[in-house]
Design a protein around this ligand. Structure first.
Ligand code: NAP
Length: 368
């Protein structure tokens, strides 16, 4: 038997229950959950104020760091005791373009959440699809590099921007505009792009956060910052100047705008600051349309696309970047600080503390 947090209704708080440990059937792995970061708006999903599609009752979910407890009979290389990263993006096996976020959002394949993959990792033990479980090199990560489980809990924050950066083929030697760069995922896009060998133009309204980033990553020699004024012409000029590249503009742009930035001019400015044949990826949460200069996109042959999460092979590559030391975790590496640690019985305090971790560089962790 093991403890799990269960949401029975959006009008009731999570209840801590004791249930049987899940069974690993073919195609699945059961893990002992070691740690996960609590997303800042989880409280709003659980109380229904953020109307994500969820099937109740359910155990909420997140990607997590875990140790394998048991494996289904078709597991070949995964075995009990192994340290692993477990991804919450569950894709339909008969149509991988359709996915849910386990324990958070029924997304495009609610049938998966209705049945087999309803319960997430807010528990002592959780069951994941076998293809969502990725081995971690414990010797390198915990001993040689000296990371804690909390440090490893920041992997998902980098994985999401890595999905977009990979999708538009950002490579060493490219210059990429990140705007806004001061949010949780925008900030992680800065760190991740630097780790990939790109030069970064980090743009935002918050001069103090940009200054902190600038200081932390000064040793790379590849980070410049632009304080957004809201004037498209002024911001475009500043982004082009910061991109170097003989004034031709940046190679790429990644956007992580939240809904409240829908009317901000930074997207227009960043697109205008791209060189001909530049690439842009939209990964934010804007609902509805944004104004884009159609003729400029056409005349400069720009490529503009969206990206939801990341693909499986990107998880393998990002873990490789962490194990090889390209992406350095921890407060001095990515700037991420753990500001709260809670057990399952402290979930209500964890949800409150996590609200304050929106923005770059902070996390609250649950250590079941
Ligand atoms: N594509 C995906 O798979 C995926 C995955 C996860 C999340 N997302 C989306 O990513 C978005 C960002 O999430 P987050 O956690 O990074 O948010 P966050 O930590 O709250 O950061 C928000 C960022 O937006 C900036 N901002 C807010 N209002 C603005 C405005 N009016 N004008 C210009 N900038 C503004 C903030 O700048 P200041 O510092 O100046 O306030 C900050 O840089 C969310 O909407 C989420 O839905 C997408």
């Amino acid at each position: 038997m093991a403890r799990a947090l269960v949401l029975k209704s959006t009008s009731e708080p999570l209840s801590l229950e004791v249930n049987p440990i899940p069974t690993a059937v073919p195609g699945s792995v059961v893990v002992k959950v070691l740690g996960l970061a609590v997303i800042p708006y989880l409280h709003a999903i659980l109380d229904g104020s953020l109307p994500y599609s969820i099937t109740l009752p359910m155990v909420p979910g997140s990607s997590c760091i875990a140790r394998i407890h048991s494996v289904g009979p078709d597991a070949i290389s995964l075995s009990p005791g192994k340290l692993v990263f477990c991804d919450l993006t569950v894709r339909a096996r008969d149509d991988p373009n359709l996915a849910i976020l386990m324990g958070i959002h029924g997304g495009a394949a609610p049938k998966l959440m209705d049945g087999e993959w309803r319960d997430g990792a807010y528990a002592e033990y959780a069951k994941f699809p076998i293809e969502n479980v990725f081995p971690l090199n414990e010797e390198i990560l915990l001993r040689k590099l000296g990371y804690s489980i909390e440090d490893l809990c920041t992997i998902p924050s980098h994985l999401i921007p890595y999905g977009g950066l990979s999708e538009i083929d950002v490579r060493a030697g490219d210059t990429i505009i990140v705007a806004p760069a001061t949010g949780k995922f925008g900030g992680s896009a800065v760190t991740t792009a630097l780790a990939m060998g790109a030069s970064v133009v980090a743009c935002g309204r918050n001069a103090s956060t940009l200054q902190t980033m600038s200081t932390l990553f000064s040793s790379t020699g590849r980070l410049s910052t632009v304080i957004l004024t809201g004037d498209v012409a002024v911001d475009t000029k500043a982004m082009i100047a910061a991109s170097g590249n003989d004034g031709k503009g940046a190679d790429a742009y990644i956007d992580f705008s939240p809904p409240e930035a829908a009317k901000s001019n930074h997207i227009r400015a960043a697109l205008a600051a791209l060189r001909p044949k530049g690439r842009a990826v939209f990964m934010g949460g804007i609902v509805g349309g944004v104004e884009i200069n159609y003729q400029m996109v056409m005349m400069k042959s720009l490529r503009v696309q969206g990206k939801f999460m990341y693909e499986r092979e990107m998880i393998v590559r990002l873990i490789g970047m962490v194990e090889n030391g390209n992406l350095k975790l921890g407060e001095t590496g990515t700037g991420f600080k753990t500001v709260g640690r809670f057990g399952l019985d402290g979930i209500q305090d964890a949800l409150i503390a996590a609200k304050d971790t929106a923005g770059w560089g902070k996390q609250v962790v649950l250590l079941p």
